[in-house]
Design a protein around this ligand. Structure first.
Ligand SMILES: [Zn+2]
Ligand SMILES: [Zn+2]
Length: 228
């Protein structure tokens, strides 16, 4: 991890976990003009959802926002012609280093089939980077209701829903597998909060997760005879 510098932005919680965006250090100054948040985009073709970094203008509000990868592309490489889109070469949709971005025709499929396995994700820059971060204090506050907001093209909230109808990303930080159907992933039996795409990820996440995993207690109902 020497020889280049990286910026890490905390995006907040989405799909059941805390997400960060990576970007080149030279682009960190964007924080002076933009707020950033994680945006869950549900695939219209029924392929689940993806999490992107979304940037909106501090002075003008959410109506003036766009995806961070599109903003960066326009800043460094010029406009995005109609029919084209910017994709993330390594399929990590929050890795917005310019070298990870590529302009492709809009018909280019970004299906899951070409995504690397989770084991490869453990070598990903995203994982290496976020391991350097101090523990996220937000993780302490489970359970919290996670609200997912959906925006239209003008940045207006069109729908807002809580986590009962939300797709989850595998809770193991380097894994970016996302549910394709609601409740597809298995849930941690102890806290009933963390969700995993499989036992590999659950086992790998346990050393970290056990620090926050709190057994979900069922409400204790004590029955007493009515007092007279
Ligand atoms: Zn996973
Ligand atoms: Zn748990």
């Amino acid at each position: 991890m020497s020889g280049f510098k990286l910026g890490i932005l905390r995006l907040g919680r989405a799909a059941g976990k805390t997400k960060y965006a990576l970007l080149d250090e030279r682009d960190i100054s964007l924080v002076e003009h933009f707020h950033f948040e994680a945006k869950l985009e549900v695939d219209r073709d029924g392929n689940g959802a993806k999490i992107y970094a979304y940037a909106y203008d501090v002075g003008r509000g959410r109506a003036f926002g766009q995806y961070l990868h599109e903003l960066l592309w326009e800043k460094h490489c010029g406009g995005i012609a109609p029919g084209y889109k910017v994709i993330h070469k390594n399929s990590v949709t929050v890795d917005n280093r310019l070298e990870n971005l590529e302009l492709v025709p809009g018909s280019h499929s970004s299906g899951r089939s070409d995504e690397p396995f989770t084991k490869n994700r453990e070598q990903s820059l995203y994982w290496v980077a976020i391991q350097q971060l101090p523990i996220d204090p937000l993780e302490d506050h489970l359970p919290e209701r996670v609200r997912t907001k959906f925006y239209n093209a003008n940045g207006e909230i069109v729908e807002e829903e809580d986590d009962s109808t939300c797709y989850y990303e595998c809770h193991y930080a380097p894994c970016t597998n996302m549910e394709r159907e609601l409740r597809e992933f298995s849930i941690c039996g102890r806290c009933q909060q963390a969700r995993y795409c499989g036992t590999y990820c659950q086992q790998r996440d346990w050393p970290m997760h056990k620090r926050y995993c709190r057994e979900k207690r069922r409400p204790v109902i004590t029955e007493r005879p009515p007092e007279r």
